[in-house]
Write a protein that binds this ligand. Structure first.
Ligand code: MN
Length: 445
């Protein structure tokens, strides 16, 4: 499962870029996540890698032809405006590039003088989607979220009988996925409040919510008709990002049966710009475990590696600011804190299950995990859970309260991997703000 530890994971490695060596940098030389960025508004977008508070321009680095072999081939694939060409290669290519970047950015590297001019400040950079996303699938792998939401939508029957056997998912929409910082208008749609005997109405959603998720970008694809075995599954994953699956709960409640989420989900999805590689996450692997009494996964979703290290210890957080809190200079408020290791299914199981029928995945496809709520109080990954279905308001320390999101609310997702004796690995942030809806005209209402 994934790569073994190697010299790029040495906790003692330091970079000649001083900010990477700060204890809480989040982007130490052991991380090296990829993004698509431009150093300023006049430049074109290009791939880059984070080191400390800087970004190394990989397009410009490719022009120097500094590497050989697989790493050279991988760097050559960074000459475009997206990461799809690099994703399409193989995990051996990504690993070779990571090793050469680690060596080039290390303290004492002979390349420091040549690389210095290729660095720019993260704080000045603008980001774009890391890849052209062909298809987007969203799963539902937190049993804690599924149980909590199920009990709100179906009090008599919260967890459907398939949940513990099949990784539940739906096909989402790729066109409305944006990178962090892209604000969006509150969606309009059909709603029909429970117990209201009249016809449904159309208008702005009154129950707009966030969902705390991770996204997994597929690297190498599979030909149609050819399954990806669980032993090979992670070598097809290029990297992970944060993902906010904005959800209109009132639209969802009315439309979701019998075919699942549709317009309640596809108006906006926000992802973080940085993709943390599976290799960077190796030190944070942990066993895949289920409560005793729960069924073991079917054989095609099971392997010894998946049992021993299929999960990943990734701390997740959701923060909110509002128009009022920003005007008053209040600190953001923490709405929830969870961990990816609480998930009921692993990334390898998702990839394998997605292809068990012969479905082909392609470089740049995106898999969402589903809301990653944890088992305890304070670990809710959505307002739906936090407010018990919109019944119990969350008190914000600056004197406001929320059942669901209001216009100009901003949600920020964060993720970090921590381990004693090892530098922390950050995913950066994933933020976006809710804007007022585009009003419906009198003939549309
Ligand atoms: Mn979701």
């Amino acid at each position: 499962m994934g790569a073994a530890l190697n010299e790029t994971h040495d906790p003692n490695l330091q970079s000649w870029i001083a900010s990477a060596n700060e204890p809480d940098s989040g982007f130490p030389i052991q991380n090296l996540p990829f993004a698509v960025f431009r150093p300023d508004e006049t430049a074109s977008f290009r791939p880059g890698v984070a080191i400390g508070d800087r970004i190394l321009d990989l397009q410009a680095l490719a022009d120097l032809r500094p590497f050989y072999g697989l790493a050279a081939r991988a760097l050559e694939a960074c000459k475009g405006q997206r990461l799809n060409a690099l994703m399409a290669l193989s995990s051996a290519h990504w690993s070779a590039l990571r090793l050469e970047l680690s060596r080039a950015l290390r303290l004492g590297s002979a390349m420091a003088d040549r690389l210095q001019p290729l660095l720019s400040a993260q704080s000045d950079a603008q980001f774009d989607l890391p890849a052209r996303i062909g298809d987007y699938t969203d799963f539902y792998i937190s049993i804690h979220h599924a149980s909590a939401v199920g009990s709100l939508f179906r009090p008599d029957n919260p967890l459907l009988p398939n949940y513990k056997w099949v990784p539940i998912g739906y096909h989402g929409r790729a066109s409305s996925i944006s990178v962090s910082g892209s604000d969006f208008a509150r969606p309009c749609g059909q709603t029909k409040p429970a117990g209201n005997p009249g016809p449904p109405q159309v208008g702005p959603s009154q129950r707009l919510d966030y969902e705390l998720e991770l996204g997994a970008f597929i690297g190498t694809g599979n030909p149609m008709g050819r399954r990806i075995r669980i032993e090979d599954a992670e070598s097809h994953v290029f990297g992970l990002c944060l993902l906010n699956d904005w959800s209109a709960r009132d639209l969802q409640a009315w439309e979701y049966q019998p075919l699942g989420p549709f317009l309640a989900k596809n108006f906006a999805t926000t992802i973080s710009p940085w993709l943390v590689s599976m290799e960077a996450l190796t030190p944070f692997r942990c066993p895949f475990a289920r409560a005793s009494g729960d069924p073991s996964p079917l054989p095609y979703l099971s392997s010894t590696d998946n049992d021993s290290s299929g999960s990943i210890d990734i701390e997740l957080e959701v923060w909110i600011t509002t128009q009022r809190s920003r005007e008053a200079d209040e600190q953001p408020f923490l709405l929830g804190r969870s961990n990816f290791r609480h998930a009921y299914w692993t990334l390898a199981q998702l990839v394998t299950h997605h292809t068990v029928n012969g479905c082909n995945l392609q470089p740049g496809d995106l898999l969402g995990t589903g809301t990653l709520s944890g088992p305890g109080a304070g670990q809710e990954g959505s307002l739906l859970e936090l407010t018990l279905g919109g019944k119990q308001a969350v008190q914000l320390p600056w004197g406001e309260q929320r059942l669901f999101l209001e216009d100009f609310d901003e949600i920020t997702l964060k993720a970090v991997c921590r381990k004693a004796g090892y530098p922390s690995i950050s995913f950066g942030g994933c933020s976006a703000r809710v804007l007022p809806p585009l009003p419906l005209t009198s003939t549309e209402r």
